[in-house]
Ligand binder design. Structure first.
Ligand SMILES: Cc1cc2nc3c(=O)[nH]c(=O)nc-3n(C[C@H](O)[C@H](O)[C@H](O)COP(=O)(O)OP(=O)(O)OC[C@H]3O[C@@H](n4cnc5c(N)ncnc54)[C@H](O)[C@@H]3O)c2cc1C
Length: 419
């Protein structure tokens, strides 16, 4: 239905009801468009379900940093390390990895960091109208985040990352000793140094938040259908969505927000982008017996421990193994061992485990906008490790692009035509 309550013959179809698709649908609906949101399973069925929930306006360090090429052999050898490539998958991942290493050139890193900062900075402003309307503003907690280290030397070894953030206006405060424990009393004594990031926060339940936003979208007259998209058909001024059940839906425009699966939807149009899944794992521990106050990042182990509604969620690790390979849950169990070092006395018996697919483009930036030759198909995927943060910002940008308004932030760095 449009703003006058009229259902148009050709709605805007949003494919994918993860955080990105739901925010696109919500912002488009707020502009009065007739919007049909499609998901093969329902809201928050994909990666937006079980992530670490960190909302990080200052996060802007690209994944590919100078020297990354030399690290690849180690990733192949260490099946239990924080980053691993399954050897059998290596030939498939190789072209992506080569592009990844090319984006690690210093001049490129600076530009990517600028673009990430611009995309993440307005996260809370962009969530605010959506979560208020959906009645789930309580799920957003603006506690700050604490990165912890076992020595001053370890903290100093991350200085190049912190200075990338500082140069872009990120709020940071180095802390140690008593002050560190004042911020998070539950920490093990082995952690002696940290960086407090006061303007960061988290959502206490990403799944419930995405579902609440989708519920509000429907209450506001948006349409939500469960169904899998097989292909897109047409070009130029005409576009239709072909469903797995054979139906074709004529669309005014299509927003492809199917996360790590977006490439499959776009293949039918001949649009090929270097999208790779970086699989991540988490365990959520109920009755942990410790009650941390805020998300803690263990930089050396590259994992997050976030106090969630359902328990303490410990999330991290990167695994290159594609969309089909079954999860390797020994990686999740490794996270349990690590969190026992972070919070001594923690009880971990009651836990669930989960694996999700981070949709990653090699330059750490998403694609937001139309590809040359396909003006009616807007791409909104590739949000990588930060989609909970950049989802609402993307939603607002997509609504600006559809309305023909000047985007509220410059979105040229996210153009799909850069590939
Ligand atoms: C372990 C882990 C921890 C993370 N921690 C954080 C964090 O702390 N902070 C942060 O900002 N980000 C984090 N992320 C990243 C974040 O979760 C993702 O960037 C984000 O969820 C991606 O959202 P999305 O909407 O693009 O994709 P998804 O949530 O995967 O949604 C895509 C949707 O498309 C649907 N779909 C797919 N194919 C089709 C089809 N053919 N037809 C119809 N529907 C289809 C799927 O069912 C799915 O619901 C983490 C990720 C992982 C794995």
């Amino acid at each position: 239905m449009n703003a006058d309550g009229v259902r148009s013959a050709r709605p805007i179809v949003v494919i994918g009801a993860g955080i990105v698709g739901v925010c696109c649908a919500a912002y488009l609906r707020r502009d009065g468009h007739d919007v049909l949101l499609l998901d093969r399973e329902g809201p928050a069925a994909g990666t937006s379900q079980g992530n670490a929930g960190a909302l990080s306006p200052g996060s802007c360090v690209p994944l590919a940093m100078p020297g990354v090429f030399g690290k690849i052999p180690g990733w192949l050898m260490d099946a239990e390390g924080p980053l691993t490539i399954r050897p059998r998958y290596f030939p498939r991942a190789l072209p992506w990895l080569l592009r990844f290493t090319l984006s690690a050139r210093p001049a490129r890193v600076a530009k990517i960091a600028d673009a990430l900062r611009a995309l993440h900075r307005p996260v809370f402003d962009c969530y605010e109208p959506l979560v208020t309307a959906a009645g789930c503003a309580d799920l957003i907690r603006r506690t700050g985040t604490l990165a912890v280290y076992r020595s001053e030397k370890a903290l100093a070894s991350s200085e190049s990352d912190w200075s990338i953030r500082r140069e872009r206006g990120g709020e940071l405060r180095a802390v140690s000793g008593a002050e560190l424990r004042e911020i998070e009393p539950a920490l093990a004594p082995a952690y002696t140094h940290g960086m407090f990031i006061p303007d960061h926060g988290y959502t206490a339940n990403p799944q419930r938040m995405v579902q609440a936003l989708a519920g509000r979208f429907v209450a506001d007259g948006g349409r939500l259908e469960i169904g899998a998209v097989r292909a897109l058909e047409g070009a130029g001024e005409s576009i239709a969505v072909r469903m797995e059940d054979g139906r074709a839906i004529d669309a005014d425009r299509v927003v492809v927000a199917a996360g790590a699966w977006s490439g499959r939807v776009l293949a039918s149009l001949g649009i090929r982008l270097p999208l790779e899944t970086q699989r991540g794992y988490q365990v959520t521990i109920a009755d942990a017996g410790v009650a941390p106050r805020l998300p803690v990042v263990v930089s050396e182990g590259k994992f997050y421990a976030t106090p969630m509604e359902g328990g303490l969620r410990v999330a991290g690790t990167v695994e290159f193994a594609g969309l089909e390979a079954p999860p390797e849950y020994r990686r999740a169990r490794r996270l349990l061992e690590q969190v026992r070092e972070l919070y001594p006395g923690i009880r971990t018996e009651r836990h669930t485990q989960w694996m999700g697919h981070r949709p990653c483009l090699p330059d750490s930036l998403p694609v937001i906008g139309a590809r040359h030759g396909h003006p009616r198909v807007l791409l909104a995927f590739g949000h990588g490790h930060n989609g909970m943060t950049s989802g609402p910002v993307t939603g607002r940008l997509v609504a600006d692009l559809v309305a023909g308004r000047k985007p509220f932030i410059d979105c040229s760095a996210y153009s799909p035509d850069r590939f």
